[in-house]
Design a protein around this ligand. Structure first.
Ligand SMILES: [Zn+2]
Ligand SMILES: [Zn+2]
Ligand SMILES: [Zn+2]
Length: 143
């Protein structure tokens, strides 16, 4: 994976810290919290501050490659996804697996907003939380 190119395509400078954050998320295959990413970064950048991690995550997530996971526990997590087509995510709150969800109810929402509320839709946010197929089988209790 060419993380250097991905960062540049987001219109950002390919700094070592940005590339490291992207690599950590891409190799995780699950969502991670800013503090978890920060701890992993400390092996390479000893004096890196948590605000730097937050700022870089925010910049990376504006480009769409890093997805924000707004967890039901009200904490914010991040996930790497390079699927550029319009889609949403199904988030497992037990094992942290994230799966692409091709379903989008946008057309229905637009009709509802235009017909009932007489407004106009600009964008939408949609994320689904639950237990993935593996966790459903193992009867995991979400934490
Ligand atoms: Zn799961
Ligand atoms: Zn995705
Ligand atoms: Zn959608």
């Amino acid at each position: 994976m060419d993380t250097n190119r991905i960062v540049k395509e987001l219109g950002l400078k390919a700094t070592p810290k940005r590339i490291a954050i992207l690599e950590i998320l891409a190799e995780a295959f699950c969502y991670l919290g800013p503090e978890e990413i920060w701890r992993k970064l400390q092996t390479r950048f000893k004096r890196i501050g948590l605000p730097t991690v937050y700022r870089n995550l925010e910049e990376l997530s504006n480009g769409g490659v890093i997805i924000k996971i707004i967890h039901p526990n009200r904490k914010l997590y991040y996930y790497y996804c390079n699927n550029t087509s319009h889609h949403h995510h199904f988030v497992c709150i037990a094992c942290r697996r994230v799966q692409d969800l091709e379903f989008c109810g946008e057309e229905k929402i637009i009709r509802e907003v235009e017909d009932t509320l007489k407004g106009k839709v600009v964008s939408h946010l949609f994320q689904v939380y639950g237990l993935c197929s593996d966790c459903t089988l193992s009867h995991a209790v979400p934490t």
